[in-house]
Design a protein around this ligand. Structure first.
Ligand code: SF4
Ligand code: SF4
Length: 216
């Protein structure tokens, strides 16, 4: 039987980290026979350098990161006899938000975005492995938000993202203005304000890519 640490090593060889996992129950909407779900996201440092060498980035075709994810997570799943699931490509959409919270390694932040133990507000999921084996997953961790001064609540220059959630049109309007250039090139100021995100080492180029995808 493959262990969590062996799967983490295999994922790391592909530039991915296991960001959370849980023992599956009938309420999770997972494929029949799935006993454990593992959520995968970029492994830092080094993810962007690895990804930009990939054929999906180099070919210039649309959606390189989703295509990279399908290939890499799909290959991992094949080797493990698992099923690969993705947060894109719906409908139907898989409930990555609730799966992440169930893992005990990811929480709803004060601004309602997910915050992960190591990636903070920079968390993103590139896919998940639905495994037939019942693995010992990590025990729930304490949320980093409990002892935090909560700079995320006030970091948005136009209060588009705060305790009441996300005013997406307001955010887009700001990104259209010259003042929005910093968010476009460095990443969302709210995500960057999180002390856990700051320690995560995601490169600005990677954040700028996601900003361009969001603000097309
Ligand atoms: S800034 Fe603090 S409160 Fe906000 S998401 Fe990060 S850890 Fe949690
Ligand atoms: S991208 Fe900038 S404007 Fe939009 S929510 Fe984040 S900080 Fe606010």
């Amino acid at each position: 039987m493959t262990s969590l640490s062996q799967i983490s090593d295999l994922a790391a060889q592909q530039g991915l980290a296991v960001l959370g996992g849980f023992r599956a129950g009938p309420e999770d909407g997972l494929p029949q026979g799935c006993q454990t779900l593992l959520l995968l996201g970029p492994l830092e440092p080094g993810f962007w350098a690895r990804f930009t060498l990939s054929p999906e980035w180099q070919d210039g075709a649309p959606d390189p990161m989703d295509r990279w994810s399908r290939r890499v997570v799909g290959h991992l799943a094949c080797g493990l006899g698992a099923k690969a699931l993705f947060p894109f490509g719906g409908p139907p959409w898989h409930p990555f938000y609730s799966w992440a919270v169930k893992s005990g390694q990811v929480w709803e932040s004060p601004v309602r975005l997910l915050v992960q133990r190591d990636a903070g507000l920079m968390v993103s999921f590139r896919g998940a492995l639905a495994l037939k084996e019942a693995l010992d997953v990590a025990l729930p961790s304490p949320s980093p938000c409990e002892p935090c001064a909560r700079p995320c609540l006030t970091a948005c220059p136009v209060s588009a993202l705060g305790p009441d959630g996300y005013d997406v049109p307001k955010c887009h309007a700001y990104l259209d203005s010259p003042e929005g250039a910093e968010c476009m090139t460095q990443g969302c100021a709210v995500r960057r304000a999180c002390p856990v995100s700051i320690a995560y080492a995601r490169l600005p180029d990677h954040s700028a890519y996601h900003m361009r995808q969001f603000h097309k």
